[in-house]
Design a protein around this ligand. Structure first.
Ligand code: NAG
Ligand code: NAG
Ligand code: NAG
Length: 384
């Protein structure tokens, strides 16, 4: 009798001790390791000087002049606007000879195109539309239908579940990542880097070919505008390095089986601002100079983000999960896995872009402009 009374009492005592312990753990210990009861973190305040310097658009006046000239029917001479001559060598397998023969390339293109005068009305329409939409609007990156105007991947969603962006760095050659790359829903490749002969490391599937318009400009010289190292069913998305390349677009679009698309010019401006911001910030931190000096020392009209950067930003807006391969460098690795280009191009600031990628993966809330876009940045993993 005595025993049976004692037992529930002990149990009760034990239970209350346990409850008290749990309660004190919740109030005293959990907050310290970051439970949900903490107040929202303070929003990060970014340096307004850097933001305002990054928001400049130094090529705007030249660009407007050039578009007006094109609309008047004057195709550009190769001497115009220095920054574009440099960007011809952007990110791909161009020889210096290509740079030297630019005016010859243009002349040939012009003569041939006059034979097919039907492309000109389309070219003018395209050009007017492009310059009209060239306004800063960060929300573009949160709108997959503007970023990648293709049929949606599924009836219920505009975003792809998983995307692989495959850069062209030589570090890929020892990576053995081919199968992993091919396992993604959307595989994006850059500037027509070939996969044949490298598939063990770079994979073999391609769903989107992302190029700068210099690539299409070269393709436009080939019979039938051949530009399909991944097959003619793969859509091509290009960003416009110079407005005259929209003429190449008009020439090529007619014969393309797969969609040929141009990046939204508002998205181009977003990418440009983000990379300018990181470059100016790094410059000020590394040199201790006033950030205003960046523009002159860096040759700001020639400065440009890399194709890889825009492809990553695109995937961030169009996918629920992003994996990035073949970005970065190593002392023993080639610059590109598929070319013999020796060095990085001076018009890019790869270090600044790497800093952007680190923030993208670890703390996207500190990325200026992107954080005003309304986009919830998906998980991004960089494979090295
Ligand atoms: C991507 O390409 C592969 C083969 O090349 C294809 O099987 C797959 O359906 C494509 N994915 C999308 C989302 O189009
Ligand atoms: C390119 O060609 C496609 C298919 O013929 C057409 O639907 C599209 O409107 C063209 N693009 C432009 C910008 O003219
Ligand atoms: C902004 O950054 C620049 C360059 O790093 C620095 O000189 C300046 O003091 C910073 N301004 C503020 C308000 O922190």
């Amino acid at each position: 009798m005595k025993k049976s009374l004692q037992f529930p009492f002990t149990l009760l005592l034990l239970l209350s001790i346990l409850t008290l312990t749990l309660l004190s753990f919740r109030t005293a210990i959990l907050p310290a390791i970051g439970s949900g009861s903490l107040p929202e973190p303070e929003p990060v305040v970014l340096n307004s000087t850097l933001i305002s310097l990054a928001s400049a658009d130094p090529i705007e006046p030249d660009l407007r002049r050039e578009v007006d000239a094109l609309l008047d029917g004057n195709l550009p001479a190769s001497s115009r606007a220095r920054h574009r001559t440099i960007s011809t060598a952007d990110d791909h397998d161009h020889s210096v000879a290509d740079l030297r023969t630019r005016s010859a390339i243009r002349f040939r293109l012009r003569r041939r195109d006059y034979r097919d005068y039907r492309v000109f009305p389309q070219f003018r329409r395209l050009l007017r539309d492009w310059i009209r939409r060239r306004r800063f609007d960060p929300s573009v990156v949160a709108s997959p239908e503007l970023l990648l105007p293709l049929p949606p991947p599924s009836p219920s969603s505009r975003r792809y579940d998983s995307c692989a962006v495959v850069g062209n760095s030589g570090i890929l050659l020892s990576s053995d990542r081919g199968a992993l790359i091919d396992s993604h829903d959307l595989v994006v490749r850059l500037n027509n880097a070939r996969t044949a002969g490298y598939s063990r490391h770079v994979g073999s599937r391609t769903n989107l070919s992302f190029v700068n318009s210099n690539i299409l400009h070269l393709c436009a010289r080939r019979p039938g505008c051949f530009c399909h190292p991944y097959g003619d069913h793969v859509p091509i998305l290009m960003y416009v390095c110079q407005p005259a390349h929209l003429l190449d677009y008009s020439v090529c679009n007619a014969s393309h089986k797969a969609p040929l698309l141009v990046t939204d010019p508002g998205f181009d401006l977003l990418c440009a601002r983000i990379v300018r911001y990181y470059s100016i910030k790094r410059f000020a931190e590394a040199t201790g100079r006033p950030p205003e000096q960046w523009a002159k020392l860096r040759d700001e009209k020639a400065f440009h983000y890399s194709s890889g950067m825009q492809a990553v930003a695109l995937a961030v807006g169009a996918c629920r999960r992003v994996s990035v391969f073949g970005f970065g460098k190593a002392a023993e690795a080639k610059h590109h896995y598929h070319t013999n280009q020796k060095a990085e191009l001076a018009l890019h600031d790869y270090e600044a872009e790497y800093e952007f990628y680190r923030d993208l993966a670890e703390r996207p809330e500190v990325i200026p402009f992107l954080r005003d876009s309304g986009l919830k940045v998906p998980p991004v993993v960089f494979y090295h």
